[in-house]
Design a protein around this ligand. Structure first.
Ligand code: SAM
Length: 223
């Protein structure tokens, strides 16, 4: 895992090129892409979760597999009301302004479009910390014996994560962005929209179904 400072340097240096790449995509390719077929965006696929048939977008040009190289801190290079579905799994906790990002996902979705957003489950981590459930927390990225160290590991991931994702917080941000229907789901193999997200579920991992490590919300842009 890269140190925070190295990552910030990468985003500073590569940020301008990614912004230019977004501008070029918006100007020359987005229009025909949305006219040709339905568009589903997978934001932050990383190394192993590339989804064929989706437009996979990531900033990591070294190890991720993606179709468009972009910094998701910038607006998505798609027209308003042009995208059918959006999926992200363990990505939004890396963003400095989730509210602005939710506003932008709302902007690009078509009315009736769905955003499935998943990330580290802050509600469950707090409950497990209070229960002193040492074993619920993992050893990654750092090894700690104390419950506090393990809790910090989960929440901040060696300062990779910029926020704590809880259901009420994400629901408030989503509703402020304009989403009317926010549904919380169990983490794996469940969706209210199988026709859109069936192929995403195979990439979701959860070792404790009753006390999920991942919080999943499905946000709908009302018609
Ligand atoms: C923890 S990985 C998750 C990978 C995969 N979705 C999964 O759940 O296994 C987070 C991914 O989000 C991407 N990411 C984080 N911040 C980003 C940003 N500002 N712009 C684009 N991609 C970003 C990272 O490059 C990385 O590939």
């Amino acid at each position: 895992m890269l140190a925070r400072a190295t990552k910030e340097l990468f985003y500073t240096v590569a940020g301008l090129v990614m912004a230019l790449n977004g501008h070029i995509y918006r100007t020359f390719r987005a229009g025909s892409a949305v006219r040709k077929s339905s568009v589903r965006l997978h934001l932050g696929p990383g190394q192993k979760a590339y989804l064929p048939g989706w437009t996979n977008i990531d900033a990591n040009m070294f190890t991720s597999k993606c179709d468009i190289w972009l910094d998701l801190r910038n607006p998505l290079p798609f027209p308003d009301n042009s995208v059918d579905a959006i999926y992200s799994h363990h990505m939004i906790e890396n963003l400095p302004d989730i509210e602005a990002y939710f506003r932008d996902t709302f902007r690009v979705l078509k009315p009736g479009g769905i955003y499935r957003a998943a990330g580290p489950n802050g509600d469950m981590a707090i409950a497990k910390f209070i229960e002193n459930d040492h074993d619920w927390f993992g050893d990654w990225p750092d090894k700690y014996d104390s419950i506090g160290g393990r809790f910090a590991n989960f929440i901040f991931c060696r300062n990779e994560h910029l926020t704590i994702l809880t259901e009420s917080y994400l629901t408030e941000l989503a509703q402020r962005a304009g989403f009317k229907h926010v549904k919380r789901l169990l983490p794996v193999m469940e969706t209210g929209h199988t026709h859109l997200f069936e192929d995403c579920l195979a990439h979701e991992h959860e070792r404790d179904y009753d006390a999920p490590h991942t919080l999943v919300l499905e946000l709908e842009k009302a018609i």
